[in-house]
Design a protein around this ligand. Sequence first.
Ligand code: UDX
Length: 431
Amino acid sequence: MKITIIGTGFVGLTSAVVYASFGHEICGIDIDQRKIDLLNQGVVTFYEPKLTEMVQDELERGKLSFTTDYKEGVSGAKIVMVCVGTPSREDGSVDTAYIEASLREMAKYITDGTIVVIKSTVPPGTLDLADQILKSETKAKYSLASLPEFLKEGTAVDDTLYPDRTVIGADDDETMEVLAELHKPLKAPIVKISPRSAQLAKYAANNYLASRIVFVNEIANVCEKAGANIDEVVEAIGYEKRIGKHYWYPGLGYGGSCFPKDVKGLANIADGLGLEGNLFAKLDELNSERPVQIFERIKKEIEGGWQGKKVAMLGLSFKPGTDDQRVAPALIVAPYLLAEGASIISYDPMVKRIADEKIAESLRYNQVETIEEAVADADVIIALIEWSQIVGFNFKATKVKEKQQVFIDARNQFDKAELTKAGYQYFGIGK
Ligand code: UDX
């Protein structure tokens, strides 16, 4: 079966290789000619474990091709999947402009029986909009479905190959059956529901997970004030089966390409339905304020505040295992520290170029290749991201004796007693 995937980001490209591995003919479409040229040579422009190998394998098997041409890409496809981005607008609402554009582009080339699937995260009701757009451009008898994606960056291929479930939202049985059959090789439970429920399920899952992170961070704040330790509290409550120990780690708040936009998105969707003052708006507010609040608090506890401090910032991606810097803590903390008069040297095992031009251009912001170089002359060391290279580094050995060095353990990965004994002024989260 020919399947066309529109959008070759994390979701589109991973889906493309996985469906290709089932033996289908996959054509990926993207508007970025440079990206398409590289993909056709087996080069993936972002870091995601296992993805490059799978792209190369499927290109070699002849199961995968890429184009910018909608006519070539969509003609003859049984299924056309839209996997383009749905960023937040300034007011937090979901921008579906890329979805709308791709529907307009594909409309001329779909035929009777084509299934148009929206895999991007979209507000409930988007299939009605899709239907209107397609109807205005074609007479073909297509059908529509929603197929939300739950993969995580850093484990995208495995999450797609071994999902906890496949959620299919479709109104007609035939479409539902074709999509269920397509996902059978995954051997995961298939949840067959309405398109609106499928769309909302994606927002509900991401908002629930984000709420756990906001919750544990709020408890960490109370721990700090009350003289308790969040790691001990998490251990104690984690034995409760209804709570669990997983996905429950405190830090500077959630980042990445999904949670920030999907929490804002659901807040905006609920608002629009008359549910103002909802939980989701509050989650977004608490999470957005968190990084600067933490650094403001530490400022009061270190001698001379941030002014003139040489800071070693370790970890520039939004989490380990990816080079994605969307809503990365570094991009929030760096401008704050620079404005406070600090200078920054940074290190990341994977990110080799700071995405934010303004920060990258700042003369006081240098990137180095090793942790040793970053910390050699630092007044303050910030372990921002739990990359194994950072967590496994022996900071006791590099402690500068002549200096009162500050160590900020933003992900609670280090032993406070050990680092304090080594001579650091240690700050963790919630302890
Ligand atoms: C997330 C969802 O997990 C995934 O299902 C969805 O499809 C897309 O969004 P992703 O953004 O790749 O995936 O990363 P994830 O590993 O879930 O982490 C999100 C953010 O939460 C990161 O900033 C991470 O550091 C933070 N986090 C995660 C915590 O602060 N504490 C935790 O316990 C877990």
